[in-house]
Design a protein around this ligand. Structure first.
Ligand SMILES: [Zn+2]
Length: 343
């Protein structure tokens, strides 16, 4: 009975409300090395002025593939750029087997497949002699596919354990896909995050992973033992995006923001249990992440944006909590702790 009653009440409440579908995330993959900072995601960022450029002409078997997290009904798809003539725009219903949608001539190709597709790809002409320059792949679909608002490329450099290379590649694609989520949470005026992030997996690292500038280094042993811990790389990617300055930023807040992005926004199901007896707002990592979530929900949905901006600009002080909530940090911490119920 319950689902029917629930459905009915929704219909009665909003008879004309359109069904809202969230945009579907996408990954853009190519085996061709990128030329400088003309990164792959520029092929799908909604901006014709930015171009994905390969550092050499394609060879047999090369392609550039845009894969959707879920199949979408593609009304039309087009590609434009240079060095593409004679190539083919292809579509796939399952992400595995592709069939031709249209050829590319005079730098453009347009198709109206009007069917459900899991991926589209560009296959260069066999005799292509120029590097590829893809200005844009455009997809008109239902639901829409999310274009990259903060384009980035994670370049896998050294992987000490060859067995971990596929894992590193997978983590890199996941971080690329999640970069918009991180940057939407931590955007501030005048700030452009790193466009290229380097990722290495090394032996002899005594923490799971760490970030320095736009380089992330992971422990081979850790990720071999914990292959499901891709979220640790989201945490480190958040540090790359934070790029905080100054010495006034408390470490517990720096880590708290990184775990807020990871455990509140990216993978809330994995935040784990909280020990309410020992919990402190300044306990760092995921405990502080919960505290920041509380402040955001109860007082100011933009609190983390403001906190991040202040820390990025070297202007953090505890007053920030008072400005957003009317309460001193210590009192807020006590209030949060009192609100916790044993789990
Ligand atoms: Zn950290």
């Amino acid at each position: 009975m319950l689902p029917i009653a629930l459905g009915l009440s929704l219909i009665l409440a909003e008879p004309d409300a359109p069904v809202k579908k969230s945009p579907i995330a996408a990954t853009v993959v190519s085996l061709l090395p990128t030329s400088g900072d003309h990164i792959r995601q520029y092929a799908f960022d909604g901006d014709d002025a930015t171009t994905y450029t390969t550092d050499k002409p394609p060879a047999e078997g090369d392609s550039v593939t845009l894969t959707f997290d879920e199949p979408v009904l593609v009304r039309s798809v087009s590609i434009k750029g240079r060095g593409l003539d004679g190539g083919t725009l292809e579509g796939s219903t399952d992400g595995q087997a592709f069939e031709s949608l249209t050829g590319v001539h005079d730098g453009t190709g347009n198709a109206e497949p009007k069917k459900s597709l899991k991926a589209v790809r560009f296959v260069p002409a066999k005799d292509a002699k120029e590097p590829l320059q893809i200005a844009e792949i455009s997809v008109d679909s239902d639901p829409a596919v999310h274009r990259f608002a903060f384009p980035v490329e994670f370049v896998v450099d050294e992987v000490d354990d060859p067995e971990l290379k596929p894992w590193a590649d997978k983590a890199a694609r996941e971080c690329e896909k999640s970069y918009d989520l991180i940057n939407e949470a931590l955007k501030s005026d005048g700030y452009t995050p790193a466009r290229v992030v380097h990722l290495s997996i090394k032996n002899g690292i005594d923490v799971p992973a760490y970030a320095s500038g736009s380089r992330i280094t992971g422990s081979a042993k850790w990720f071999k033992d914990h292959p499901g811990d891709v979220g640790a790389m989201i945490h480190e990617s958040t540090h790359v995006v934070q790029r905080y300055r100054g010495r006034r930023n408390p470490g517990w807040l720096v880590e708290g923001v990184a775990d807020y992005v990871r455990f509140v926004l990216y993978e809330p199901a994995n935040i784990g249990r909280l020990n309410v007896n020992t919990a402190r707002h300044d306990q760092s990592y995921r405990v502080t992440a919960r505290f920041l979530d509380y402040v955001s929900r109860k007082y100011d949905k933009d609190f983390v944006l403001k906190l991040n901006k202040a820390m990025r600009e070297g202007k953090y002080s505890e007053d920030l909590f008072k400005e957003s909530t009317g309460k001193a940090l210590a009192d807020l911490g006590t209030e949060w702790k009192d609100s916790l119920t044993p789990q």
